[in-house]
Write a protein that binds this ligand. Structure first.
Ligand SMILES: [Zn+2]
Length: 300
């Protein structure tokens, strides 16, 4: 018995292998020793595995996909994924994938009932296990330590259930607002310090001798003043409240989200105009002030 799905996969695999052979043939004597030893398509000036190699790796669950093998093995329902045998020459005899073909599992055969016919969904569920936090609250606290730095983290007091309380509040605001708050807590600001930019800026809003770092912007007076004026709310003085760690409310979540957006918008706009240093802090503040009028609508 022949299997259309397996045949398709095999044809694709054969086509990719032929393509690779052609590519390596074209290289001729230009192939490096390192490349030749690995029998791999060389990097094309980009720091990524060539697409052709990635596709072949995916089919063979090798290379960057090798880590999926134990995951697939750990999912009882998916063990058949690894049982697809290597291609055999065509000829008479029992089908390669069907009954009598040995170890092969043919996807056209009845799938394990527990899969419920949802192969892609099950594979996604299996692979996404490695990306899930076993303890989200603890992972958030650990990320926050990195964001704030050791010194601030030691002095900042947080309620025991702060992640649960925050999650509850974030359910009441727009997903974009929640995403900006989340990015702030995990340190997802593109400051010059974080992005390892060659020119380390100082606060783009003009605070003297303050670095272009997230830790400063959580306290930056001009930035928080522009955001709070725009939303017509009072900015909390306590850092824990600004970060929605303590007594979070939809208002403080929106304020932090606006602060996050204002920083990134202003910095990018200043970059278009020649950079924050040449534009100057007064102009950057004006950019932020104007932007706040438009951006606040996206958080309401
Ligand atoms: Zn500042």
């Amino acid at each position: 018995m022949d299997c259309p799905n397996a045949r398709e996969e095999e044809e694709e695999s054969e086509f990719l292998k032929q393509l690779k052979a052609e590519v390596l043939g074209l290289l001729g004597e230009e192939q490096s020793v390192a490349g030749a030893s690995l029998v791999r398509v060389p990097l094309g000036g980009l720091p990524f595995t060539p697409i052709l190699e990635s596709l072949l790796d995916a089919l063979g669950i090798k290379g960057t996909f090798a880590s999926f093998e134990p995951l697939v093995k750990s999912c009882h329902d998916l063990s058949w994924v690894l049982k697809i045998p290597p291609p055999t020459p065509p000829g008479p005899g029992p089908g390669r994938w069907g009954v009598g073909a040995g170890s092969g599992y043919c996807p056209s055969q009845p799938l394990p009932p527990s899969l419920g016919g949802k192969v892609q969904g099950k594979i996604y569920e299996c692979f996404s296990r490695s990306e899930k936090c076993s303890d989200f609250a603890q992972a958030m606290s650990q990320k926050l330590v990195v964001t704030l730095g050791e010194e601030t983290s030691r002095s900042l007091r947080v309620p025991a259930n702060w992640v649960a309380a925050l999650t509850e509040v974030l359910r009441k605001v727009r997903p974009h607002t929640a995403s900006c708050v989340f990015k702030s807590l995990i340190g997802g600001w593109t400051t010059s310090a974080r992005m390892h930019e060659q020119i380390r800026l100082t606060c783009i809003f003009g605070c003297r001798e303050q670095p272009d770092e997230i830790g400063h912007y959580f306290l930056c007076s001009p930035l928080w003043q522009i955001a709070s004026q725009s939303l017509q709310v009072e900015a909390p003085l306590a850092l824990a409240q600004r970060l929605c760690i303590e007594k979070p409310t939809p208002e403080t979540a929106r304020l932090l989200a606006l602060v996050f957006s204002l920083y990134h918008f202003s910095k990018n706009r200043a970059k278009e105009l020649g950079g924050a240093t040449s534009v100057g802090p007064n102009a950057v503040q004006r950019i932020a002030f104007e932007a706040a009028r438009a951006l606040k609508i996206t958080f309401n």
